[in-house]
Write a protein that binds this ligand. Structure first.
Ligand code: S3P
Length: 168
């Protein structure tokens, strides 16, 4: 169980903090699930959404999660904000590792994601995004093994690294 799946809402900093956490554990790797999907599909995320539809993106997300079995050695995996909405995806993560939730207030996430052309799911009204945030936050809370407490990037990274070290 030496994989840590980092979850949280769009804009919470999963990639930044996840990469920093992996750097703190000798021999640990870092994988961004969205990057893997983009590489596999040969399309950007907005292109996948517009040309193939969200359902196709979600299938690719499940495939990418299944493929994390191929990772050699310990790793931190940044998942997309919608990845843990599917029960199947939660089971995949649970069977292969631990889930860490990067809990960041809505306003901070919102300032980072508003009008981001690379995030099709964020292209909606603030009130609708807040509602989505609340709904998803309860799902992340239900499934996570640890809730990463507020702090600097380094402090948050250390909490994830500590969990990974325990799993080695
Ligand atoms: C999504 C979040 C994105 C990406 C896709 C869908 C979502 O990842 O997977 O645009 O449904 O919340 P980030 O959380 O890294 O922005």
């Amino acid at each position: 169980m030496n994989l840590i799946y980092l979850c949280g809402f769009m804009g919470c900093g999963k990639t930044t903090v996840g990469r920093a956490a992996a750097c703190l554990v000798p021999g640990a790797g870092f994988l961004d699930l969205d990057d893997r999907i983009v590489e596999r599909e040969g399309l950007s995320i907005p292109e996948i959404f517009s040309q193939k539809g969200e359902a196709s993106f979600r299938d690719a997300e499940t495939t990418a999660l299944l493929e994390t079995s191929d990772l050699r050695g310990p790793a931190v995996i940044a998942t997309g904000g919608g990845a843990l909405i599917s029960e199947r995806n939660v089971s995949i993560c649970r069977s292969k590792g631990r889930i860490a939730f990067l809990d960041v207030p809505f306003e901070i996430c919102y300032q980072r994601i508003r009008s981001d052309p690379n995030r099709p799911v964020a292209a909606r009204e603030k009130s609708a995004l807040r509602e989505l945030y609340e709904k998803r936050r309860s799902i992340y809370l239900r499934h996570c093994d640890i809730l990463v407490e507020d702090g600097t990037i380094d402090e948050r990274a250390e909490q994830i690294a500590a969990l990974l070290r325990k799993e080695l």
